[in-house]
Design a protein around this ligand. Structure first.
Ligand code: FAD
Length: 379
């Protein structure tokens, strides 16, 4: 049986392992951390990725983790709407809802779908070569296929694509936290004001996931991140100040992306996948969704792992399909980030344009998402 080694047990690596196992590969996942990711944050899984998860046999358990979202949209800091979308209209258009799940719960669903013994936790890969040799703390293996799903700061990318620059700072930092749902009706929305963003989303376990972004110097931190959020967003519309006050653990992450990504996502027997290949800004909520797409497409191309020449053709086909797709999604995400980051007169002009687009019909707004969300897995 052909053997694959996956480096990294994030969402991308786990999805790739599952996709390859379902195609008959013998898969080992090596993860340097001692435990699977347990970041206290939510994650939007958009219709394109929900369909990909269906093709991996885990769409239903992921849907079961999500809360149904009702009316959503974009508001101003004083609560007035800039644009409204209806989750039902979006679901009707794309055939699937966007589900928002706890990150750790999605990781668990993927990990539990793997064959027992697939995951090797606490095992860093220290050396990877294009001919499939992987050195880990447990020894040296030569794999038919290596999937480098080792994230934003991928050591494999740095070694095999030395001409590609590393991640760059996008100029904004982010905060994420989860709190109990406050009493009363909760309007789920993203609020844009003076270059800053605050988002509120319901989770399936009844809690609320909040995220925020604001321009900041790189590698900054505050003595008290909750107080920092209160300083930046405390004057915004309800329930934002109350949600911030209820937060007891706030995660701060600088937003970094690859711009540009490597020109191909493969070298020899190694395929780059997920953030290792195309880390993007989170404005479209597509980073992990694209990693899941990568996994499904990669496994479809390498489904007959019968020799070097067919593997190299398969990986070339994987790159040919995924490089333009992920570049387009990353560019769309950066565009939304730039729009959300406007302030002053430019922001007022943006708000008027979006209000007008909304009046012309919600379908106009949704249609703009077609290229991203209407994607279907191969076969
Ligand atoms: C604020 C924020 C909000 C976001 N919101 C969304 C969202 O709503 N929807 C969405 O789709 N995306 C979102 N994203 C993006 C998403 O988080 C990432 O795109 C996704 O997690 C990438 O998954 P990955 O598996 O490629 O990488 P990672 O999750 O980074 O996993 C890489 C793994 O590789 C391991 N590793 C690294 N080096 C080695 C080594 N040498 N040996 C062994 N293991 C190694 C690491 O320990 C890690 O576990 C968001 C990102 C941010 C910052």
């Amino acid at each position: 049986m052909a053997e694959a080694v996956v480096i990294g047990a994030g969402i991308g690596g786990l999805a790739a392992a599952l996709a390859l196992q379902r195609r008959g590969w013998a898969v080992t996942v090596v993860e340097r951390a001692q435990a699977l990711e347990d970041v206290g944050a939510g994650l939007a899984v958009a219709p394109n990725a929900v369909r990909a998860l269906d093709s991996l046999g885990v769409g239903e358990p992921v849907r079961a983790l999500a809360a149904l979202q009702g009316t959503a949209g974009i508001q101003r800091p004083d609560g007035r709407w800039i644009s409204r979308t209806d989750a039902a209209a979006a679901e009707a258009r794309f055939g699937e809802p966007t589900v928002v799940v706890h990150r750790a719960a999605l990781v668990r669903v993927l990990a539990e779908a793997l064959q027992p013994g697939t995951l090797r936790l606490g095992v860093p890969a220290s050396e990877v070569s294009a001919d499939g040799v992987v050195v880990t703390s447990e020894g040296t293996t030569t794999a038919d296929l290596v999937v480098a799903a080792d994230g934003l700061r991928s050591g494999v990318r740095a070694k095999l694509f030395p001409e590609t620059a590393g991640p760059i700072y996008a100029g904004v930092t982010s905060w994420r936290f989860i709190v109990a749902r406050p009493p009363g009706e909760l309007v789920l929305s993203e609020t844009w004001g003076e270059g800053k963003v605050f988002g509120v989303v319901g989770l399936g376990d009844g809690r609320v996931y909040c995220y925020a972004t604001a321009p900041a110097p790189p590698q900054g931190s505050a003595a008290d991140e909750r107080a920092e959020l209160a300083r930046l967003f405390g004057g915004w519309h309800a329930p934002i100040p109350g949600l911030i006050a209820a937060a007891d653990s706030v995660i701060r992450t600088d937003i970094r992306c690859l711009d540009p990504a490597p020109p191909t996502f493969h070298k020899g027997r190694v395929a780059l996948l997920g953030d290792a290949a195309h880390a993007m800004t989170p404005n479209l909520g597509q980073g992990a969704c694209q990693a899941i797409e990568d996994a499904v497409v990669l496994a479809a191309h390498v489904r007959t792992p019968d020799g070097t020449s067919s593997l190299s053709r398969a990986l070339a086909a994987y790159s040919a399909e995924r490089v333009p797709r992920t570049a387009a999604v990353a560019a769309a995400s950066r565009r939304i980030g730039r729009m959300a980051g406007l302030s002053g007169a430019a922001a007022r002009l943006r708000n008027t344009g979006m209000l007008l687009a909304g009046k012309l019909g919600p379908n106009l707004v949704l249609r703009q998402m077609d290229p991203v969300l209407a994607w279907r897995p191969p076969g």
